[in-house]
Design a protein around this ligand. Sequence first.
Ligand code: ADP
Ligand code: ADP
Ligand code: MG
Length: 656
Amino acid sequence: MFSKILIANRGEIAVRIIKTCRRMGIATVVVYSEADADSMAVEMADEAVFIGAAPASESYLVADKIVEAVKQTGAEAVHPGFGFLSENAGFAKRLAKEGIVFIGPNPKAIEAMGDKIESKKFAAKAGVSTVPGHVGEIDDTAHAIKIAEQIGYPVMIKASAGGGGKGIRVAWTRKDVEEGFPAVRAEAKASFGDDRIFIEKFIESPRHVEIQVLGDKHGNVVHLFERECSIQRRNQKVIEEAPSPLLDKKTRDAMGEQAVRLAQAVGYDSAGTVEFVAGQDRSFFFLEMNTRLQVEHPVTEMITGVDLVEQMIRSAAGEKLAFGQRDLKINGWAVESRIYAEDPYRGFLPSIGRLVRYDPPVEGEAGDAIVRNDAGVREGDEISMYYDPMISKLSTWAKTREKAIDAMGRALEDFHIEGLGQNVPFLAAVMDQPRFRSGKISTNYIKDEFPDGFHGVTPTEFQRDLMAAVACAMHRTYLSRSAPELQRNEWIVVENGVRRMVEVVEDGGLLFPEEHRTLRLTHVDWRPGKPTFRGVLDGVPFTAQVKPAAEGFVIRHRAAQAQVLVLTERSAELHEKLPPKKAADTSKMVLSPMPGLVVSVDVVAGQEVKTGEVVAVLEAMKMQNIIRAEHDGTVKAVNAKSGDSVAADEVLVEFA
Ligand code: ADP
Ligand code: ADP
Ligand code: MG
């Protein structure tokens, strides 16, 4: 076994690998860029080596610097994590030449599977069912149209070197191919330095089901069942689970058998993932093989009890797999949510910045469930623009799917993040959404169920009660500290404009006299200034995210949020007579949707602009975001120029 391993990665996956190494008694080295000098991974590793500037192309992607760090520290092996150099056969070969072990598959397997065109050819030869299409490179747009028409619309145009959901486009018509082919080609060239494109049938409303495989250097390969990753946005996974609610035993065995056959055919000798698209009828077709540890590996670990990082290290060290297919069983159900620095209320725009507050749920047993949070950040850390905007991966396990989802809902309630936009409320909405709970999902799920984006959900009756109870408790706590003479038992609670009478009775009791109902709020864990309010309402444990507002409190429970006022009868009457506060009129302004750098402002004062015309271009997270006019008008003033950094909601352009 190795005595020292270097981790050529950052963030949560570097931390994840360190944890297993520690358990195995292996010393760790991490490399880090300028942006990660104070990171959690650097703090946790036994040694850390600086490798350059923040952009990955100057640090985490530079093989020379990694090799240099290995030599300098005397590490015997390199774990590449995912992304960066993890699927780079050249890097694996280079390490071998230097006498350093690559903790991943052999370079031949990476080469054979690293490329979508080649891997599809290989899979077809190995008897794996592949998506119907043209298994070869496409020369130009005319060729693309010909192939698309042979396959029949809709088709998917794909970059052979693509990954991470990039370099993919659906074409429903000839015109889509005319536009899409050059676009995918340009994107592939820019993102992967490789502009080879192929076209395959687009499977409508499919599900993404993938098989985890594991091999050793002695020809043994097993599979660790499937993960379903159909909850995606822009072809990128958001929520994953294991097992898949779609599969029956027969399909699972067939898929597992094909994945193992493919792995054996390429001499696979590490952890890897064979991805399939599946129809609702359980037909399935090979998509690609990822020759690395997968982001969503925790759900497989939770249902099988196998530590995949440990197994990768053992195979790389030449050990034989210590178990066979028959030793592996599915135990219970696991769900993973990717917590991203993105603002679900603003079209999921990237929203990077500092984690002013970061308070994840407690890991470990939670009733009859288990909570796991894979993170590489601490409070005060920055989610930078240079890397993936993932904050953490929250996973829950329980005996059944329903219980695992319930546990995820509760864990998300407990996740408190401030300082940047984050998708926790959105993930909570999915956990409560009937179609997700039914398991009848597809890769269109988010588009189907949130067609106009995400705007929170209307509070349920339970949530309205919860908000009233929480607001009363907070208000009374403030009063008892600052103005005890104003304390009373009868209140009017106004939640999103709806008023209810509330009477505080003994033992945390709350009486709604108009509704002839009493509730009981107990086990309150809150003090002024605390952003999370924990309690038990009529026997149901909950956590609400709370903050004082100009008037009353803003309270969020899962995906429901409301402003809640606690008033005396008299102040409620006065309140009703007050004219409602008018929101500032922003209809004549173009606001910056997120913090970023102004690339260009494309209009000048006095210019007539039509709906849809480009007003400005903003760069954030290395993505160019085009801001268009929402209606016709004349530009009155331009407040930003190319090169400016702007905050969210800054007025870029005003219309007359
Ligand atoms: P998973 O199925 O594990 O989610 P993804 O394909 O989403 O895998 O990629 C995992 C990570 O690796 C992401 O951070 C993604 O951005 C990165 N990644 C994957 N393939 C590539 C690639 N070809 N080039 C750059 N980054 C990639
Ligand atoms: P990446 O390397 O970016 O992960 P994949 O080939 O795995 O690329 O595709 C990413 C996602 O795009 C899949 O999970 C699936 O949702 C969707 N997808 C890919 N190919 C097809 C297809 N032929 N039909 C329907 N959906 C597809
Ligand atoms: Mg994929």
